[in-house]
Write a protein that binds this ligand. Structure first.
Ligand SMILES: [Zn+2]
Length: 306
């Protein structure tokens, strides 16, 4: 397999006809993402988490009527408060998570009270949670029309239940959101993330007929040929994680022991309790999948391969 030669994210906006790609701070790495600005009869913004000054100027110079959100994650919403007059279009199944901490806790799988308090404080302080604008739910397959520009909702569950890609048939352009094609690979660290759904989504997107592919983090812009390679590499990361896990499970391990080995994240990062949580969520999904198809078994708290 040819491996992808990666480029850095662009430093300035890149226009694809009426769709502008707005690179996020820090190459769109968390707590930022890349945004899109769509100029049709009206001005729309996709995922307002990119760049405070850019988005602030946009809000001053143009009337942004709609903000479209690929999913509820805070890094995709960071500057939502700059568009108080816009209507926010959000995935129907995640509607509550734009306004309710309880819904965020439930989707993320955060039950510990001190973790909940940390999350509440961080979301309010760094991400202006909750969204106070009116919310309109969108549905898989729905087409939103902005003058000459058509945006079609492509369901892409797995990362989160409502995670959606946006297809622009007039521009042959697919916005992949957090199918982000980074070397890290797919992220399924919420309780509501689903490994099998993510794998299915990747399979479905593998031969998606678009000319340009945009993502939310890192490189951000891919030709069809590049996206083909990047998607194959992205899918391979799931298999590599599984192989590492099966190897370790040649001797029995509990989930807590596995979490310490950082089979997913590779090295320890701070804050440790957050990475413990995400590592555990992701490993638990691999363990459930291995147990289901008989490649691992559980005895009490311990798992081993078979
Ligand atoms: Zn996300």
């Amino acid at each position: 397999m040819t491996s992808l030669i990666r480029r850095p994210a662009p430093e300035a906006p890149v226009a694809f006809g009426p769709i502008a790609f707005i690179p996020g701070n820090k190459a769109g790495r968390y707590p930022y993402c890349h945004s899109l600005v769509i100029t049709g009869a009206e001005t729309w913004v996709v995922d307002p988490g990119s760049h405070k000054e850019y988005l602030r100027r946009l809000a001053r110079e143009r009337r942004v009527t709609r903000v479209l959100c690929s999913h509820f994650h805070e890094d995709h919403l960071k500057y939502h408060h700059l568009f108080p007059e816009a209507v926010f279009y959000v995935p129907r199944v995640e509607l509550e998570a734009f306004t309710s901490l309880t819904a965020v806790y439930r989707l993320a799988g955060v039950a510990d009270p001190s973790f909940q308090a940390y999350l509440a404080e961080t979301l309010a302080r760094d991400f202006h949670f909750p969204v106070r604008a009116p919310l309109v739910p969108y549905h898989p397959g729905e087409r939103l029309v902005n003058g000459d520009v058509v945006l079609e909702i492509i369901p892409a569950p797995g990362h989160t239940p409502g995670h959606s890609c946006f297809f622009f048939p007039g521009q042959d352009l697919l916005f992949l959101a957090d199918v982000d094609l980074t070397p890290f690979g797919p992220w399924y660290g919420d309780a509501a993330s689903d490994l099998a759904d993510f794998a299915e989504t990747l399979e479905r997107l593998a031969d998606f007929p678009a000319r340009i592919f945009l993502t939310s983090h890192d490189q951000g812009i891919f030709t069809a040929a590049e996206a083909g390679i990047a998607l194959a590499e992205f899918r391979q990361v799931i298999r590599d994680r599984e192989a590492r896990l099966l190897k370790v499970l040649e001797t029995p391990h509990t989930l807590a022991e596995l979490v310490k080995r950082r089979l997913i994240y590779g090295r320890s990062r701070e804050p440790a309790f957050i990475y413990d949580h995400m590592e555990a969520q992701m490993l638990a999904k691999h363990l459930a999948s291995l147990e289901r198809d008989g490649r691992a078994e559980r005895a009490g708290e311990s798992f081993r391969s078979r």
